[in-house]
Design a protein. Structure first.
Length: 229
């Protein structure tokens, strides 16, 4: 953890007063479960808190930044910014993946690269920072790490493939579009889903993801790219 403290100081000028909070934020449930006798805390409660403060700060930013955007557009943009893959990317940008404590099994199965774990870690760090400092400290951190990419328009360029596929298919009238889960794998905390998109009973594409929504987007993307409607 000493290297993590040094990295936070050098990159973000952050010094934790309550070091146990930072350690908890970087402790995955798999590590805590393997060390039950030590009664180590894991980061799920901090993740819950971090998610809330993240939603608030990003919502405030978008509300002020885009005064003419309707609520629906703001919600879509926010969901792109705070979705799992985005948060995992920010965690990697901060090199948080180097410091998370994982159980041996999770480590061997590639947990250090898993978006679900890294996204949760990023939120847990925000929760820890909120408790150790205040909401302004979280805001300052997010404005260093996240907002520059939002300003660059990175998330406005993300394509909603489900909507795009629907628009392409319904040019000549309504069609029956159905997304079906065809397979599930992985433990409860790291599920992977395989989804097929069917139109009038015909499979146009399949996709995999760490949530049903992400798998649906991937299936729609494959269908759009194939173009075999």
């Amino acid at each position: 953890m000493k290297k993590l403290h040094q990295a936070l100081l050098e990159r973000f000028n952050i010094v934790f007063s309550q070091q146990e909070l930072l350690e908890t934020a970087f402790t995955h449930t798999s590590y805590a479960n393997e060390h039950r006798l030590l009664k180590i805390s894991h980061n799920e409660r901090l993740e819950f808190l971090g998610d809330a403060v993240l939603q608030l700060i990003i919502s405030q930013y978008l509300y002020s930044k885009y005064p003419k955007k309707p609520e629906g557009d703001l919600s879509k943009l926010r969901s792109m910014i705070v979705r799992e893959e985005s948060l995992a990317g920010f965690a990697r940008d901060c090199q948080f993946d180097q410091y998370i404590k994982l159980g041996k099994g999770e480590e061997k199965s590639g947990g250090r690269e898993r978006d679900t774990i890294l996204g949760d870690l990023f939120e847990a760090f925000l929760g820890a920072l909120l408790l150790d400092k205040d909401v302004e400290a979280v805001k300052d951190f997010l404005y260093q790490v996240m907002i520059p990419k939002v300003e660059a328009g990175d998330f406005e360029r993300v394509t909603d493939y489900k909507t795009k596929l629907q628009e392409l298919l319904q040019v000549n009238g309504d069609v029956d579009i159905d997304y079906q889960v065809v397979a599930e794998s992985g433990p409860a905390h790291a599920k992977r889903f395989e989804v097929a998109v069917l139109v009038n009973g015909r499979t146009l594409g399949t996709g995999k993801g760490r949530s049903k929504k992400l798998a649906e987007q991937e299936a729609a993307k494959r269908a759009v790219e194939k173009g075999n409607y």
